[in-house]
Design a protein around this ligand. Structure first.
Ligand code: GLY
Ligand code: MN
Ligand code: MN
Length: 409
């Protein structure tokens, strides 16, 4: 199995984005320098290709682990400079029948790899190169989907840090503040508590901005009666937290906000409660859709019967995203959602997923009762499936109306 890490990416001119290792590479190696490759062989051989020591460059860009460090500190059986990749990789692959490599995901390095493989296929040494190329997902993504205790410890740390950030934001927001002031408070808390930063760009939306699902401008001002939707989570050692809370900038929900909020909360709590081995994310979504659609009918946001509203998918006007995704080294983590027969993959102990129902009433929706227009609400937790059922890793972050209002006294 051959795994490259991420390249360093230019942000502008000669400035780079902060480097983030490739998740699968990180999962297997724990090695955090750019430009590296790992090769794992069935016989146990573990080889790293790394940037070589270079005292002159290191003055500018920091100390490198180097080839010797890759063996001593990262447990590689052998290590080479990336400069020797083209000559050493074919030797390591000689006699290997099947190469696991995630083609299509590493466009920056694939041309070089295909050139090397092609070289191995030609000429008199043709029999020496791999004859099968296999996507490693079936093995590697299954491993990433089922968390170990060590991984869960990191995710619990992320949850604790994310809790502090969300609580600070809900407590400190006031009408008249800019969304970016709250974003700064959230991300300051992540970093101050030792997280690498955010796991995905923070969403801080006030009022109608909460209706934009991936709103990241964060430059609006909170009005007196605005809700604040924060979808933000810390990243700890590459592990993501993904939490949404929605709370009033003024500290008090309006009656319409209260009705809609309670509807989302009830659906979210019921979905968390029902989470256990054997259930599926499709089953969860169907349950959430049914419960929220009934609520939308009761509040006059939808018309007709429950079965019609579900059959015709009219609920999608207010609930247009799914309820859950896997969570781990990536916020929308790897792992299959469906089995080969097209049915949902059953939950099993060790899997971590989000549960994130929401309702979003466009400010321009003339069919919606006026009081609900421009309200956007999402409530999102990160839930671990256990043998007994589940553990909500982020459930301690306030989300009942009483708890949120109490935060402000
Ligand atoms: N923050 C992205 C998501 O909730 O899926
Ligand atoms: Mn999510
Ligand atoms: Mn989220």
């Amino acid at each position: 199995m051959l795994l490259p890490t991420n390249p360093e990416l230019i942000r502008s001119a000669d400035s780079h984005f902060p480097f983030r290792p490739h998740s699968s590479f990180w999962f297997v190696t724990g090695f955090d320098e750019p430009g590296a490759w790992a090769l794992l062989k069935k016989d146990g051989g573990f080889t790293l290709f790394v940037l070589p020591k270079d005292p002159e460059r290191e003055v500018w860009t920091g100390i490198r682990c180097g080839v010797e460090g890759a063996v001593e500190r990262f447990g590689a059986d052998s290590a080479f400079s990336v400069a020797d990749f083209d000559t050493e990789l074919p030797k390591l692959l000689a006699g290997v029948d099947t190469l696991y490599f995630e083609f299509g995901r590493h466009p920056e390095v694939e041309p070089n790899l295909t050139r090397l493989l092609n070289g191995m296929r030609s000429g008199r040494k043709a029999h020496l190169g791999p004859t099968s190329l296999v996507d490693p997902g079936s093995i590697l993504f299954e491993l990433r989907l089922h968390k170990t205790e060590d991984e869960l410890a990191l995710m619990r740390t992320g949850s604790t840090i994310t809790e502090e950030a969300h609580v600070a934001a809900m407590r400190d927001v006031r009408p008249g503040m800019y969304e970016y002031e709250i974003q700064a408070l959230v991300e300051y808390t992540f970093r101050r508590r030792g997280a690498w930063g955010w796991a995905y760009p923070s969403i801080v939306g006030g009022g109608v901005n909460a209706c934009v699902l991936h709103y990241v401008r964060n430059d609006g001002v909170f009005g007196d009666e605005d809700l604040m939707l924060i979808d933000a989570g810390a990243e700890v050692d590459c592990y993501a937290t993904d939490v949404t809370r929605t709370s009033p900038a003024s500290g008090r929900f309006t009656p319409a906000q209260r009705d809609l909020y309670q509807l989302v909360l009830d659906a979210q709590l019921a979905a968390v409660e029902a989470t256990k081995p054997g259930w599926t994310l499709d089953g969860m979504h169907d349950q959430v859709v049914r419960q929220m659609t009934q609520g939308l009918l009761d509040l006059g946001l939808l018309k007709g019967s429950l079965d019609e509203a579900i059959e015709e998918k009219t609920f999608r006007r207010y609930y247009m995203h799914r309820t859950s995704h896997w969570l781990g080294l990536d916020v929308h983590d790897v792992g299959r959602y469906l089995l080969g027969n097209g049915l949902g993959k059953p939950l099993a102990p060790g899997m971590v997923l989000t549960i994130e129902p929401g309702l979003y009433v466009s400010p321009h929706d003339e069919e919606a009762p006026e009081a609900f227009r421009g309200i956007g609400i999402r409530i999102e937790d990160d839930v671990l499936v256990t043998a007994e059922g589940h553990e909500n890793l982020t459930g301690q972050i306030p989300k009942t109306i009483a708890d949120i209002e109490a935060l402000r006294g």
